[in-house]
Write a protein that binds this ligand. Structure first.
Ligand SMILES: C[S@@+](CC[C@H](N)C(=O)[O-])C[C@H]1O[C@@H](n2cnc3c(N)ncnc32)[C@H](O)[C@@H]1O
Length: 247
């Protein structure tokens, strides 16, 4: 008897940093073929990953499933006012997708960057991957898009790279920044003043590069020193390139 491999129903599809040209062939194929395109968004707005996919598949209400977050601003680590509603949201979203898959439909969950790198998809994956055959399709991360567009090689030789969420407390950011060769600081938003202070204390602010909407329309790249304000949208990060061994 031959055992047929189970049909994959759930795909977590990394779409890359924003420019659709950086999408993988596998990602493109899946968003053309999946029965349903699933994306996360703010209430009343299309999600960024869905906008990235517009280059391949125009909006089609009959094929779309929108998962609108109840809370959207980045919270401090361990903030219970954020964690409670958002966990309930993921529970409900997972059950909605489970019903689609129980009816035999394939789902492509569209993800910014790579699905397993700070991705919302991971919370669905944790609830569903043991119940339904699942494939995760890697994508080019936002930080790879940022350091290439900033023309800034991030690690040389044996440089250690630290990836830090800007939501960390200031003292924790400083501790980790003084102990690394290179850094990527994600989730800036309203955390930028704190991140700037931490970089100053760690003696790294003059090496820091601010990147907004890397590879997307409206991309901004500048030295952090040259940025006059502390406004930072959701899609922004700070890079501190390493200065290790150059041969
Ligand atoms: C929840 S994480 C998702 C990361 C994503 N899965 C990835 O692989 O890049 C969101 C954070 O990623 C960063 N980010 C992702 N794409 C970006 C881009 N194209 N330009 C600037 N920042 C980006 C921002 O710091 C943002 O706050």
């Amino acid at each position: 008897m031959t055992i047929e491999p189970a049909k994959i129903l759930l795909f977590g599809v990394g779409l890359g940093p924003g420019d659709p040209d950086y999408m993988t062939v596998r990602a493109r194929d899946l968003i053309l073929k999946a029965d349903r395109l699933v994306h996360f968004c703010k209430r009343g707005r299309r999600g960024n990953a869905r906008v990235t996919a517009d280059a391949i598949v125009p909006p089609d209400p009959a094929r779309e499933i929108e998962l609108a977050f109840p809370v959207t601003t980045e919270a401090a680590v361990g903030d219970e006012a954020y964690d409670g509603p958002i966990a309930a949201f993921y529970d409900a979203a997972a059950e909605r997708l489970a019903a689609e898959m129980a009816a035999g439909r394939t789902l492509a969950v569209l993800c910014d960057g790579d699905p397993f790198f700070y991705g919302s998809f991971m919370h669905l994956w944790r609830r569903l991957a043991h119940r339904f055959p699942t494939e995760v399709v890697p994508g080019v991360t936002g930080m790879a898009g940022a350091w290439t567009r900033a023309n800034a090689p991030i690690t040389w030789g044996d440089d250690v790279l630290s990836v830090l969420p800007g939501t960390l407390p200031e003292a924790e950011l400083v501790r980790r920044l003084v102990d690394t060769d290179a850094a990527v600081i994600m989730k800036l938003g309203r955390n930028l003043p704190k991140v700037r202070r931490a970089l100053k204390i760690a003696g790294l602010v003059h090496r820091a590069i601010y990147v907004e909407r890397a590879t997307m329309a409206g991309q901004v790249v500048s030295r952090l020193d040259d940025k006059p304000d502390d406004e930072a949208p959701y899609f922004s990060m700070v890079l501190v390139p390493g200065e290790g061994r150059r041969l």
